[in-house]
Design a protein. Structure first.
Length: 436
């Protein structure tokens, strides 16, 4: 975790003290249920909860010192609790294995992290929707291969982003459901030394579902799906970020990141206003996607368990969620304050001499009896003259002077094909599909 790219609420979920508190709750709830079943004295759970009610400080340094000797984190924690609770603490962890605590804790942390990520997505969606409605009919050029294609609106560009992030939200909800399972099944997952009702009880208390069948660990295909979902969200962040970066290029400059008073763009060139936020988001997206691969490789553990996944998840659990939380918040700010230049959009559309209307002329010729092959040839030969003149010639003027074209279309019919508003007749339909 890099503090520069971290926000407090998400970071708090992954701090050692928070992790140990979850460990305690799991152990105490399990002990409580074991007491109800008569496996351990009911006084054991009461002793644990009575101590907990004093809101004890989790002494991370003391636990770490014990672990330095035991070389085992869960045993170190249990030892520290026993030192504070006393005799009744010996009934903790009855029939359980370390993975019961570790895997269930990871599920809790990922579920809580996902709740924050879902809030982030809601805020991003709200910002995109507001700006999309603001620019619903702002004309701009659509580009394919980076080349002028046909007119769109800036609102449609943002509507596409909204629909994409709405799908991200759906996937993230499914990923939360997938990851939020509890395993309290003991060594190799057979429940030989602990009743399944303990797992069900702990799951309910921790806001999880029981894992249908575990080995000694929760199956890692769940985690692979989860981190792959975060990677897809990161891909969507990058796609929108790259769009902003392209639009901010000097020769385009149809939109740009907000540039605050006193901000500096370059240590050497005072004139610079660089898209640093979206460039930063592009880099963060690369890192989040990178965490998906080790999660996929964690699926193939040996037999009922090994710990090759453990060190991986100590990295990717906090890093992926903390970075994505920061990235979503940053992108929300970019969209919320994005500077949009409709006049520049119009000027860019106009600079190619009407080439963006070529398809409408092509279709009109075919509808008036010209073969598609001939129609394409007639429009293209005039379009290439405009292209090679860098927009100094006008396509409509050349078409009016082309006898083969005017044999099929009148000047009035040609002019009609250069109506910009024609391209926006279905904007309402698209917005209804996206925003309902």
């Amino acid at each position: 975790m890099v503090p520069r790219y971290a926000r407090p609420a998400m970071t708090a979920i992954w701090e050692p003290e928070a992790r140990y508190r979850i460990w305690f709750e799991i152990e105490a709830h399990a002990t409580e249920k074991l007491g109800e079943l008569g496996v351990v004295p009911k006084s054991a759970a009461k002793a644990l909860w009575d101590w907990w009610a004093t809101e004890p400080k989790i002494d991370v340094e003391a636990i770490d010192a014990i672990e330095a000797v035991t070389k085992h984190d869960v045993i170190a924690f249990l030892t520290w609790v026993a030192e504070n609770v006393g005799e009744e603490a010996r009934f903790m962890h009855q029939g359980m294995t370390s993975s019961d605590v570790l895997d269930t804790t990871l599920a809790v942390q990922l579920a809580r992290s996902t709740d924050l990520l879902l809030e982030d997505l809601d805020q991003l969606l709200a910002a995109i929707k507001r700006r999309a409605e603001e620019h619903k009919y702002t004309p701009t050029i659509g580009r394919s291969h980076g080349i002028h294609a046909e007119p769109v609106t800036f609102g449609l560009k943002l509507a596409q982003a909204y629909a994409e992030f709405d799908r991200c939200k759906t996937r993230l909800l499914a990923a939360r459901e997938e990851i939020a399972t509890c395993a309290i099944s003991g060594a190799v997952g057979t429940f030989a030394n602990i009743d399944p009702s303990v797992e069900e009880y702990v799951a309910e208390k921790m806001g999880l579902k029981p894992e249908p069948v575990s080995t000694q660990v929760i199956p890692r295909d769940r985690h692979a799906m989860y981190f792959a979902t975060l990677a897809v969200v990161a891909g969507s962040i990058e796609r929108l970020s790259v769009e902003v970066r392209h639009l901010q290029r000097t020769e385009v400059l149809e939109a740009e990141e907000f540039f605050s008073k006193g901000q500096k763009g370059s240590s050497a060139m005072p004139h610079k206003r660089n898209p640093i936020l979206t460039e930063n988001l592009t880099g963060q997206a690369r890192m989040i996607r990178a965490y998906a691969l080790p999660a996929l490789e964690n699926v193939a553990l040996w037999h009922e368990r090994d710990i090759s996944h453990s060190s991986v998840e100590r990295f990717i659990g906090p890093d992926a969620t903390i970075t994505l939380d920061f990235a979503l918040a940053r992108l929300t700010g970019v969209i919320d304050k994005l500077l949009v230049y409709p006049e520049r959009m119009q000027a860019n559309m106009d600079r190619m001499g009407g080439l963006i209307h070529s398809q409408r002329v092509l279709l009109a010729l075919t509808q008036n009896g010209v073969s598609r092959e001939d129609a394409y040839r007639l429009v293209q030969r005039n379009a290439m003259k405009v292209w090679e003149s860098d927009g100094r010639l006008m396509l409509l003027d050349l078409l009016k002077q082309d006898e083969e074209v005017t044999a099929a279309l009148t000047e009035e019919e040609l002019e009609e094909r250069f109506d910009l508003d024609y391209h926006f007749k279905q904007v309402d339909t698209i917005f209804d599909r996206v925003f309902g």
